[in-house]
Structures are given as C-alpha cells and as structure tokens.
Design a protein. Sequence first.
Length: 94
Amino acid sequence: MPSAQARAMARRRRSHRWTSEAALAAQVVAYLRRQSWRVFQEIAGADIVARDAAGELWVIECKRTWSLAVLAQADRHRDGCHRCSIAVPAAFPG
C-alpha cells in the first residue's frame, strides 16, 4: 500500500492539469518574478518577455503541447533576445 505522502503526490499530479496556456504562463510569470525578473506578457508577439536588472531579455513561449511549429514560433524571437525558451507542461506518468 502506498504511503500517505505518495498518495498526496499522486493527487497533486492528477489535479494539476494545465487547462490553458494562460494558466501555464501564470506559473512561469510567478517563477520569474520570484527570481527578480521584470515580466511583460503578450508583447512583441511573444507570450512572455522578461528583463533582468542587467538588461538581459528572455522570451518565453507557453504552449500546452510540444510541436515543431512551437519550435519555429520560438525561433522567430531568437535574434531579438539573449534567451529564448518554450514552456510546456511536464508529462507525469499515471
């Protein structure tokens, strides 16, 4: 029989389904702000543009699923920033 901690973790995984790109973006924005990035959403054709104190720009596309089209979308931002990333939900087994 699984431990109480294992059961709680399984419940969290099942309940934490990403219902929209906006929900995923909210988590990314919260993370960036905790790391002292200044965050702008839906700007310059990107889901998230973040800037740190040194002026480094980080463009992040948030998508519910991974595809080559998502990679191409992120690639369009590569020349205008220091970092370019794609945020997709992690796949949890079970």
